[in-house]
Design a protein around this ligand. Structure first.
Ligand code: MN
Ligand code: MN
Length: 468
């Protein structure tokens, strides 16, 4: 019988390590400083358009140029392409031939929210409301009785575009959706949680003063008068607007130990920020051309011309090949088949309060580092892009040789549910892809929670990947 010390050593040698990352080796200052940059970024950018705007500022400050301004490209050049203000692709041209493939990291800028309907404004009971249609997978009851702000654009038929951002500044008013008082909610409380609030009842309360007491719809008229004076718009201009309601709460440091971050839309802005800063912070020209994708519409299936299913990404890649002076038929297919990618999307963090939905051996834990998901999908991996073992080994090796703390996880128990990302779209082009992102608590809720440690490991991991 071996003694205890030997047994411990054998265990140490043979067991895979699942450790909390907050050990003595962590440079807490570095981790917290990086998180402050992220929190700052989050407070300037809650919607996909705002993310792209901020990302452009960050990229340009680090020497990136619009690819349209570059006639030719050479190693070390830094370029970007913005697609309709909602998605963006960036590249750092590497030293080796692009024919050997590129290293791609892709995240998405859109998050679950409430969009205004095309004809949103109405008056009822002497109160004015805006009707909404929710975007992405939400638990509807979470969106009532919280402060909401309105972000987006109104485009008039002459093309004039008006930007809207109201509810974020301390001096702005906020908006909210009301809910029934418990005293009169007997029937509502008997309903299933998912039916407690109807989608059609997610109506935003926006005003209560009548323009003139003696006319019908006087409160609605007063609101339109205010909007006309503020934005120069009339009611019909709502039809060509994109106005999004998002939580008016600030992204903040969280916990007595300040180890976590609470904020709206961390799915998937936490990966956008870490993949983007990893790219722009690279000091030297990488061996392999590095590509960063910030996509749109992931939360509703990646369709449309700003979603990952569109061909705009191929167009960007072809424009790179053109400007390198090497393009020829089928070259892009070859590049893709030689490429590797991290689909940078968040993972479900293990929540001890709801432990029964997770397999503890395969759950992502807050504070254990970046989470790799070999596959997603639901009900028997349906719809999953299941990464090849060889490729998982490649990614492990990149992380292990750069001291990046990682965990390999899946979304939840086998029969409980599932999800998807943009991984399969790129994998279908022949690229080796694996999901790899930050674990989140309360995913898709108005306030999501992440760990500063995991955020920093994502930054480190993404940079190591670009450099590989
Ligand atoms: Mn996501
Ligand atoms: Mn999501």
């Amino acid at each position: 019988m071996a003694d205890k010390k030997e047994l411990d050593e054998l265990k140490q040698k043979l067991f895979s390590k699942k450790e909390n990352g907050w050990d003595s080796d962590v440079n807490k200052n570095e981790v917290f400083n990086y998180a402050n940059g992220y929190i700052n970024f989050m407070n300037k950018s809650k919607t996909e358009r705002e993310i792209i705007k901020q990302s452009k500022i960050i990229a340009e400050s680090k020497g990136f140029k619009d690819i349209k301004e570059c006639d030719t490209l050479k190693p070390g050049d830094r370029v970007y392409y913005i697609n309709r203000e909602k998605s963006m692709y960036l590249a750092v041209i590497g030293n080796e031939s692009i024919e050997n493939g590129v290293n791609i990291i892709g995240a998405h800028a859109d998050s679950p929210r409430l969009d205004l309907k095309p004809n949103p404004l109405y008056e009822d009971g002497e109160l004015a409301y805006l009707k909404t249609h929710y975007y992405g997978g939400i638990k509807k009851y979470q969106w009532t009785t919280i402060p909401l702000s309105i972000h987006g654009v109104i485009v008039k038929s002459n093309g004039e575009k008006i930007e809207v951002n109201i509810g974020e500044d301390e001096n702005d008013p906020i908006f909210t959706i009301t809910d029934l008082l418990p005293h009169l909610a007997q029937d509502q409380m008997e309903k299933k949680l998912k039916n407690g609030i109807d989608g059609e009842d997610l109506n935003l309360l926006v005003g209560s003063i009548p323009y003139d007491k003696d006319i019908p719809e006087a409160v609605k008229l007063n609101i339109l008068d205010i909007l006309n004076k503020k934005y120069g718009m009339t009611e019909i201009d709502f039809v060509s607007s994109e106005l999004e309601l998002v939580p008016a709460m600030k992204c903040r440091s969280m916990g007595f130990d300040e180890s976590m971050i609470a904020g709206y839309g961390q799915d998937d802005k936490i990966c956008v920020y870490s993949e983007l800063t990893a790219l722009v912070d690279m000091q030297e020209t990488p061996k392999t051309t590095s590509i960063c994708i910030i996509s749109d519409k992931e939360e509703i299936g990646s369709m449309g011309n700003t979603g990952m299913e569109s061909n705009v990404f191929e167009y960007f890649m072809s424009e790179i090949l053109n400007r390198l002076g090497i393009n020829r038929p089928n070259l892009l297919d070859k590049v893709f088949c030689n490429s590797k990618m991290l689909s940078a999307d968040v993972d479900a963090g293990f929540d001890p309060i709801y432990a029964n939905v997770s397999d503890r051996n395969n759950a992502g834990y807050i504070g254990r580092g970046i989470a790799i998901n070999k596959y997603t999908g639901a009900r028997g991996k349906s719809g999953a892009s299941d990464a090849n073992a060889e490729y998982v080994a490649t990614v492990r090796n990149i992380f292990e040789s750069n001291d990046v703390k990682y965990q390999v996880t899946e979304l939840g128990k086998v029969d409980i549910g599932g999800g998807g990302t943009i991984a399969y779209i790129l994998a279908n082009k022949g690229i080796d892809v694996i999901d790899c992102g930050v674990p989140v608590l309360s995913m898709h809720a108005p306030y999501e929670v992440t760990s500063k440690f995991d955020l920093y490991e994502a930054y480190k991991g993404y940079m190591a990947f670009y450099k590989s």
